[in-house]
Design a protein around this ligand. Structure first.
Ligand SMILES: CC(C)(COP(=O)(O)OP(=O)(O)OC[C@H]1O[C@@H](n2cnc3c(N)ncnc32)[C@H](O)[C@@H]1OP(=O)(O)O)[C@@H](O)C(=O)NCCC(=O)NCCS
Length: 341
């Protein structure tokens, strides 16, 4: 950096609660006005942009003005008997007139340092610009299956009584019990998280009943399903109903054991995609928890000190094109919803 480099005049650090309106303006300029869409980023990620989380919103200032940002939302993920700490990273941006001068890099480096200081095990983000993050050590990883259901309307060979949860005698706790009992990818939410999710991030839920008791549900956003629970026959009935109602797709964990029966019964299209981009910020603690849970050594699990960050990320979180692999790795964390609860 030369003495008169613009970067020298920049300061990076936490957002103060009183800076939130200025940050909101910048985020909406970049992610709403520039992209010619509608909405408000603060409303899209209501837990991220709060006075309580301001310390974790890392901002770059130039002559006192906010010119860049990388937000972190610390989340707890209960995986088997362990508690993992993830940082969901979002709202990464640089003011349009200041791009290409290192502002975004400064914000992201500070975000990574801050995640390590907070003791977070890893960061996760979703992006259309992976190249920017790869330079900074982030790696594409994890995987989930997207099932496109448009052709499945009216095709279910399985009959279930299906109704919106609001019209049933049941509430969100019925969905929570199904979520908990399935332990789908060994990541379990709390009852409060499920209730919040169903009534805020998702636009509603639809139950399947068998013998008058709930035995599955789907929760939906505007055009896609956000999650589905129930055994394979129940999912078949629910997906066909969702298709009739105009929903287009549903995410599943990568090697979900229900998928073969579903693809056999319904004309659906299956694609696999990465979970997102990941940065391990607490290698030692993450490896220690995986080892404590599995009773195996880092070397036995292929996550010893000598493995590269690429190998470590692929081994811990898996890759979209992987085959079903050994217990207990990879962690099949299908966690997109956690930035809302
Ligand atoms: C992406 C963004 C944050 C980068 O900020 P920036 O301050 O311009 O980035 P920097 O100056 O730190 O970039 C440093 C390097 O990253 C590269 N880079 C920047 N944007 C990139 C992108 N979208 N994809 C790949 N590389 C990118 C630059 O070429 C530069 O490389 P170099 O060091 O080899 O010259 C900024 O372009 C932005 O705000 N974009 C709009 C919002 C957005 O898309 N955010 C990310 C959504 S997840």
């Amino acid at each position: 950096m030369t003495p008169d480099s613009p970067l020298k005049q920049m300061k990076v650090g936490p957002c103060r609660p009183k800076d939130l309106p200025a940050l909101r303006k910048l985020l909406n300029e970049v992610f709403v006005q520039e992209r010619e869409v509608t909405g408000d980023i603060f409303e899209y990620a209501p837990l991220m942009y709060t006075p309580e989380n301001a310390e974790n919103l890392r901002i770059v200032r130039h002559r006192g003005r906010i010119v860049g940002h990388a937000g972190i939302l610390p989340r707890t993920i209960r995986w088997r008997g362990q508690t993992l700490r993830a940082g969901f990273v979002g709202g990464v941006c640089c003011r349009q007139s200041m791009r290409g001068r290192g502002v975004g890099t400064l914000a992201m480096r500070d975000a990574a340092d801050h995640m390590a200081r907070l003791g977070l095990d890893f960061g996760v983000l979703w992006t259309g610009s992976p190249g920017f993050y790869e330079r900074l050590g982030w790696r594409t990883g994890g995987g989930l299956t997207r099932v496109s259901i448009a052709e499945a309307a009216g095709e279910s060979p399985v009959v279930r009584e299906i109704m919106p949860i609001d019209e049933s005698p049941f509430g969100p706790d019925a969905c929570h019990r199904l979520h908990e009992a399935a332990g789908r990818n060994e990541v379990i939410r709390t009852q409060e998280e499920t209730a919040t999710l169903l009534t805020t991030y998702y636009r509603g839920a639809t139950l399947a009943l068998e013998g008058g008791r709930p035995d599955g549900y789907f929760a939906h956003r505007d055009t896609d399903l956000g999650e589905i629970e129930g055994d394979a026959p129940t999912c078949i009935a629910l997906l066909a109903r969702a298709a009739e109602e105009g929903y287009r797709a549903c995410p599943f964990p990568l090697h979900d054991p229900r998928l073969p029966a579903i693809t056999e019964a319904l004309p659906v299209q299956v694609t696999v995609q990465p979970l997102g981009m990941l940065l391990i910020t607490g290698r030692e603690s993450l490896v220690a928890r995986i080892c404590a849970e599995s009773g195996a050594s880092p070397e036995e699990l292929g996550i010893g000190e000598d493995v590269s960050i690429e190998v470590l990320t692929a081994r811990i979180f898996g890759q979209p094109d992987r085959e079903p692999t050994d217990d207990p790795l990879p962690l099949d964390i299908h966690i997109g919803y956690l930035d809302r609860v």
